[in-house]
Ligand binder design. Structure first.
Ligand code: NAP
Length: 320
């Protein structure tokens, strides 16, 4: 019998063609609807490999059910949706897809920064609503990005790629990490700051750290209060790093000027979420890595990791 792979989202045939010959590939048949929990648990019970996405909670219950499971290949660089302790206990390898999405996610982070600073999406919506009546001196006005100070929290692969883009905009780039990065400081002229100092000095703050117990709720009311009232917060990392209730208050009360969010505590963000009532919030549906080339590259990495494990080789991108 061929080893079985279960994939939790419908993927293009191109992405899985190489797997069909040797494996029994089963796939949830919806692209935009998450696999129901009962289906996931039933499928994983028969699977040798699980291909997950960041919206799937791969917790202890999944590892308990997956008695034949050898690998969970997560199609994302973040892996906070996976219980690594349980994976270790049940001797299941977990892989992610770092590197191939770095530049694509940095493009999106910078695009969101520009869109938020210059109110691009609300301005476009005004045209479509028929509200562009004349050139107006102070209408649709935003914040300058060129020459401003950018603070990056989490100077990893994507953080560095954003810093390179910022240099092209003549920005002063500050960063905060647990470990300093002297090479990147020298190469890109980055300046290290403690978190509070970065929040006080930056015009734009971008979050690009992983979601961990340490970063959960890292940006709350106190931190938002340290930012300039002309400051802009951009989160392209994970929703839970920012306290959304505190962010709502800060945006509503003018403690900060605007926020651009690609990620949320709960995804999809509920339509009645208070943040969606604010005009100074720009929201995107978690599309950091969403270019055609990058998504296909992520799929290739996942397919390769699964093939490696099922053929007894050590895969790339092991996260524990
Ligand atoms: P990475 O190379 O691992 O970089 C993460 C950086 O965060 C590291 O430099 C790390 O450095 C720093 N960090 C970790 N804990 C920290 C803390 N408590 N305080 C401050 N800095 C901390 O990862 P990456 O590839 O750049 O990706 C970063 C994150 O972006 C991912 O974890 C993922 O959640 C998110 N992401 C989102 C999308 C999207 O679609 N929106 C796409 C890709 C990635 P130290 O360990 O030295 O602190």
């Amino acid at each position: 019998m061929k080893p079985r792979i279960f994939i939790t989202r419908k993927l293009t045939e191109e992405a899985v063609a190489s797997l069909h010959e040797k494996y029994d590939v089963r796939m949830w048949d919806e692209e935009s609807v998450a696999v129901p929990r009962a289906v996931l648990l039933k499928e994983v019970a028969e699977a040798d490999a699980l291909w997950s996405v960041l919206a799937d909670s791969i917790n202890r219950e999944v590892f308990e059910a997956g008695t034949k499971l050898k690998i969970v290949a997560n199609m994302a660089v973040g892996y906070n949706n996976i219980d690594l302790e349980a994976a270790k206990e049940y001797d299941v390898i977990v892989t992610n897809t770092p590197g191939v999405l770095t530049e694509t996610t940095a493009d999106l982070a910078f695009a969101l920064l520009l869109a938020t600073a210059r109110k691009l999406i609300s301005a476009e919506n005004e045209i479509r609503k028929g509200n562009w009546t004349s050139w107006a001196p102070m209408r649709f006005t935003g914040m300058d990005v060129g020459g401003a100070t950018l603070g990056i929290i989490g100077m990893g692969r994507i953080g560095e790629a954003v810093a390179r883009r910022a240099k092209g905009f003549d920005m002063q780039v500050l960063y905060h990490n647990r470990n300093r990065k002297p090479d990147a400081e020298a190469e890109y002229g980055l300046e290290f700051r403690e978190l509070d100092t970065l929040l006080k000095e930056a015009d734009f703050v971008i979050i690009l750290a992983p979601f961990t117990p340490k970063t959960a709720g890292m940006i709350g009311a106190r931190e938002l209060d340290l930012m300039k009232n002309t400051g802009v917060l951009i989160n392209v990392a994970r929703g839970g790093i920012v306290d959304e209730a505190a962010l709502y208050d800060a945006l509503k009360n003018g403690a900060i000027w605007a926020a651009g969010l690609d990620v949320f505590e709960k995804e999809p963000i509920p339509l009645d979420h208070p943040l969606l009532t604010l005009p100074n919030v720009t929201v995107l549906p978690h599309i950091g890595s969403a270019s055609i080339k990058t998504r296909l590259a992520m799929m290739n990495l996942n397919a390769q990791a699964i093939t490696d494990v099922l053929e007894g080789r050590k895969p790339k991108g092991i996260v524990q």
